[in-house]
Write a new protein. Sequence first.
Lengths: 352, 79
Amino acid sequence: MARWIIKNVRMTGVTACVPDNIMETNEFDFFTEEEADVFNNTVGIKKRYVAPEDICASDFCFVAGDKLLNELGWERNSIDMLLFESVTGDYRTPPTSCILQDRLSLPESCFTMDIPMGCCGYMYAITVAGNMMSSGSVKRAILLVGDTAIRMGSMKDKSRAPLFGDCGSAIALEYDVLANDIIVEFSTLGKGYQALMTPHGGYRNPITPNSFEYEDFGNGIIRAPIHALINGMNVFSFAISKPPRTIERFMEEYELNKDSDIDYYLIHQANKMIVDRIVKKLKIDRQKVPYNLEEFGNTGGASIPSLMVTRLRNVLMTKETSLLMSSFGLGLTWGTMYMKTQPLVVLNLMKI
Amino acid sequence: MNNIDKYNKAFIDVFAVEESVLNDNFSKETISEWDSVHQLNVITILEELFDIMLEPEDIMEFNSYKKGKEIIKKYYIEF
């Protein structure tokens, strides 16, 4: 079983950065006013931040990371690890984490690594870094998690384009023998991989002129093989069944009472239908489940950090807070994480 | 409102159609607007009206007016 109890590692700060450009649902060409209203009310994503073509996920992450390091007062030379979690890196090679090490003026002694895991990215980054830090040989890590997911797909694809938003985030972890344990569990359903994929552009299907040929799939879905696709029903079915079952078992096995032991449930902001359904299935107090999808859409791996920044900033800065987190996405993969934070450095949302 | 009225109401609200067009031919194949959002929206309304919660496989298979009725009956709703 892929489960870890990560000891001696404390989250010390979190920040997020988005493009200074909002797109409302009714701005999509393929929606009538009526359809846009239905989408807003049911899927729940009313607007999203959209990056211009010349700004990458790494740029949002850089700003988030740079400001966070300054606010923490961490000397750049004291950073031992930088992880960049994204499916929208700068280049196919080299790893974007190496470029960010230089941009952030981190030392040559810094370990760098790219992790392309999609919507569970935040948890993957914490799991990888946390386990590598637990023994104390690595003291400080900066995790940069973000995507420009909108431009991965076709803007003529009604089933995908309105679901996503662009965002970069930064999370600081520090070795601390007094830290509360971080408990995390992951699962994988590889047979479902085709529900979320980009068919062309890898080495299985290298780019050819055909990669850019648009095809009309009906129901407002027009895209080319170079574009990311989503099979909405398959993803929905997966998201409302596997993650909540795991959360229930996870809480039972760790004797976590859903009312008294958890202050907030941070659920990946895929869409309102999915989050509502998970809340209903788990029978948890709606007041403990913050949402920001109405403003940000699905920001991939940055979804949970952006929730922390935009909806829980004051609480996280001032109180010890118990968080039960659930992510699900590409792969298909899903993860559950329990963490009790000490007061954190949380900066206001930044825009560039 | 009886159960069949409740059932029809979900389709009338989501697809903005008259009750008279609802029959066994009303399906994903025959209605161009029928996409995953419409399907999930119908299901959400039905769950509210009947106070039930459909299993994921039932949500996936709910692709016609006729099939939907069969699925709802599994949750002890009589028409």
